[in-house]
Design a protein around this ligand. Structure first.
Ligand SMILES: Nc1ncnc2c1ncn2[C@@H]1O[C@H](COP(=O)(O)OP(=O)(O)OP(=O)(O)O)[C@@H](O)[C@H]1O
Length: 695
């Protein structure tokens, strides 16, 4: 017997209780946490005085069957610890649960809609004029005031000088030590570092045709290279510390850690917001005392292309764009904080949600991007009752394990889709960094959910710090090289590296390279990971003396764009060896055509993935809507069955209403069922793997 039947049986003793139950049942049953997690929180009852179902004496002795399941959900729903209603309420209670979070009151939680409109950052001229020497108030760790270091804060400089002195993009590499497991397996450390030159070498063990071993060395140079003995404090000094003061000057900055799983991204990223907030509070209490600045924290995760609030029970968040093309993360909670301890607690809370929200903690965390944002705001015209306006923002991103982008062939569909999404977001991130460094009007933030949510960090005055985390062991060699190549490309996007914009340097690189057969400088684009290394030592840095075209991530554009530029000089250059140049030209043309074809096929695959994700989203929304409608129908049905016992009720009326209700239910189910079948078919047909593996 279903639960409605049981309810009819039990309720036959009292029509009054029965009716009360019909309403209260719905309200109390669904007034619980899973309504919220299913995105149906709007169905929660605002009437908290509704007595729980047990008060009616139903199901108390019920074991098994649907009735018992309902009973379980009721018990969960009545948890006094976790009310469902207003976000502020749920936050303050969850804070109470963790016990040691200070300095909060409900009013201090910002509205559910992340107020990106407030991004019309206010002019803070009065602050600027009082601000000279702000860095004196900062405890600088291990910083020497090297003027040539673009990240070195200068006490004497003006605000605008200080802002412009901080490089737009900084790329830092951090090597972690060998861990116990690697030591036990007697794995070798294959990374040697020259800290004074900010360079490192990867020693890749290779076999010759005669099976003798040789060491292929790959050299890289970055803004900073940190060895395994470097502390988190030093990492902070080099990466985020110089940026903190300029956050008060309407700058948005993003610091992200990139690397394979287990390479130390979380280990590196976790202390940074704490150190940064320490310095932010110092500035707020020192240089900016009485200026009304406020600090807010939000923490969310992007997993499988969906956004979840890590400080609000993994509530699913939606990204919306308003008429002014401002992106809003609808429902994201921002917590106003007054001390570092509180931030620490929030980070602990967010991280535990991140890892326990899904099964297999580390496995899952490495498949998601975690984003912690510190936003500095100020009340408009000093009016505390109005929502404060954003002044500047620091985003810390612990990216998904970079190797996950390659999870595209051997796994199940779900894993492949996630891998493709991760790959897409890592590529999109790089494109956005490129655009922001070029001061490009158009920032391709729509490329992925990750860049969409970071949109406001890519417009206006922005700074980006990338920390490439690498594992030192032999077994990680390939991933380490991939990480370093990605980092190298991010660095080469920087204005200081004009290789991409300077056709003459490309031409001279090509001329230098013609002494080798073309195949040694232009790899086969159809085999993206194949690297041609004619010499045993290869410098992987792109703007080096010879041309390197790595096709493993997205250097299709190197070929396409650069070919377009060099075509004319090459064909008119009479001094050079015409036959060689025309062969080279033909080969480049062919390469370009291949790349174009591959681009088109990648675009198709990308579109497939995009429409698949959209269809998935639509399906879940349709399901949610169907659940809502079902609940209305159940409510109506309950009223119907409750009323049929009333004297004077007509069976004809009952039957016609029942008929309508059942038809409505059937239509809803059929519609959803056909959507499910259609989606399953699309899922089967779409070659998700191609979208990523071909890159
Ligand atoms: N620089 C370091 N010094 C000492 N231990 C480190 C360092 N970097 C990482 N570790 C240790 O290595 C392990 C893996 O690090 P971590 O969890 O930060 O990796 P991750 O890149 O974030 O992995 P995932 O992508 O799977 O989340 C941890 O036990 C961490 O403590």
């Amino acid at each position: 017997m279903n639960f409605a039947g049981k309810q009819m049986q039990k309720s036959s003793s009292s029509g009054q209780i029965k009716r009360q139950y019909s309403d209260n049942f719905i309200e109390s049953t669904f007034n619980n946490k899973w309504l919220q997690s299913a995105g149906l929180h709007h169905l929660q009852s605002s009437n908290t005085s509704v007595p729980p179902l047990q008060d009616f004496g139903f199901y108390g002795d019920n074991v098994g069957g649907q009735g018992s399941r309902v009973g379980i959900s009721l018990q969960r729903g009545e948890s006094k610890e976790e009310p469902l209603t207003q976000p502020a309420c749920s936050r303050s209670l969850s804070m109470r649960k963790t016990g040691n979070v200070e300095g909060f009151s409900q009013s201090e939680l910002s509205p559910g809609l992340l107020d990106l409109h407030s991004f019309d950052t206010q002019l803070i001229s009065e602050v600027s004029s009082k601000r000279s020497g702000s860095s004196q108030n900062l405890v600088l760790h291990g910083m020497n005031s090297n003027d040539s270091d673009p990240f070195s804060p200068s006490n004497k400089s003006t605000d605008s000088e200080q802002t412009t002195n901080v490089a737009k993009i900084k790329v830092v590499v951090r090597k972690r030590p060998l861990n116990k497991k690697e030591l036990a397996k007697k794995e070798e450390d294959i990374i040697s570092i020259n800290p004074t030159m900010n360079s490192l070498t990867v020693h890749e063990a290779k076999l010759k045709v005669d099976l003798t071993e040789y060491d292929e060395r790959h050299g890289f140079t970055f803004d900073a290279v940190m060895a395994e003995n470097v502390s988190n404090d030093d990492i902070y000094s080099v990466t985020v510390e110089p940026i903190v003061p300029i956050i008060f000057q309407r700058t948005k900055a993003t610091c992200f850690a990139y690397g394979q799983t287990g390479s130390g991204k979380t280990y590196t990223m976790q202390p940074l917001p704490l150190r940064a907030s320490q310095d932010i509070f110092s500035l707020m209490q020192g240089t900016y005392r009485n200026q009304g600045f406020q600090l807010f924290v939000s923490f969310f995760e992007i997993y499988g292309g969906k956004v979840f609030d890590l400080l609000n029970e993994r509530k699913k968040l939606f990204i919306r764009e308003d008429g002014k093309q401002q992106v809003c993360i609808v429902g994201l909670q921002e917590h106003r904080v007054y001390n570092v301890e509180t931030i620490k607690d929030l980070i602990v809370k967010g991280n535990s949600t991140r890892s326990t929200g899904t099964t297999g903690a580390n496995e899952e965390s490495s498949r998601s991007h975690a984003i912690l944002q510190l936003a500095i705001k100020r009340p408009v015209d000093g009016n505390e009752s109005k929502p404060p306006r954003m002044v500047g923002k620091l985003s810390f991103i612990d990216l998904a394990g970079s190797e996950r982008g390659a999870d595209t062939t051997d796994n199940d569909k779900q894993t492949r889709m996630e891998g493709a999404e991760i790959n897409k977001s890592l590529l999109a991130l790089k494109e956005c960094i490129r655009a922001l460094d070029n001061d490009q009007g158009h920032i391709p933030f729509r490329g992925s959910k990750l860049t969409e949510v970071l949109r406001d960090s890519f417009v206006g005055d922005s700074r980006t710090v990338m920390i490439a985390c690498i594992s030192p062991n032999t077994g990680s060699c390939e991933h380490t090289l991939n990480t370093l190549r990605y980092a190298d490309r991010v660095k080469s996007l920087s204005k200081g590296n004009s290789f991409r914009r300077d056709p003459s340097s490309l031409i001279s690189n090509l001329r230098n390279s013609v002494v080798s057969p073309l195949s040694s400088v232009v790899p086969d684009v159809s085999r993206p990971n194949q690297r041609q290394t004619p010499a045993s030592f290869s410098n992987d840095r792109v703007p080096s003396g010879r041309m390197q075209i790595n096709m493993d991530i997205d250097d299709r554009d190197y070929v396409e764009e650069d070919y377009g530029r060099v075509n004319s000089p090459w064909t008119t250059d009479k001094r050079s060896d015409r036959s060689q140049t025309s062969t080279l030209g033909n080969n480049l043309r062919q390469t370009s055509r291949q790349a174009k074809r591959r681009d088109l096929s990648n675009m198709d695959a990308d579109n497939d993935l995009k429409s698949l994700l959209k269809e998935e989203e639509d399906l879940v929304n349709a399901h949610r809507k169907q659940v809502e409608e079902t609940m209305d129908i159940v409510k109506e049905e309950m009223n119907l069955v409750a009323n049929i016992d009333q004297p004077g009720n007509q069976i004809d009326d009952y039957l016609s209403k029942l008929h309508r209700i059942l038809s409505q239910k059937a239509a809803g189910i059929l519609d959803l069922q056909s959507r499910v079948t259609q989606f399953q078919e699309h899922l089967k047909d779409t070659k998700v793997s191609e979208s990523s593996s071909s890159r």
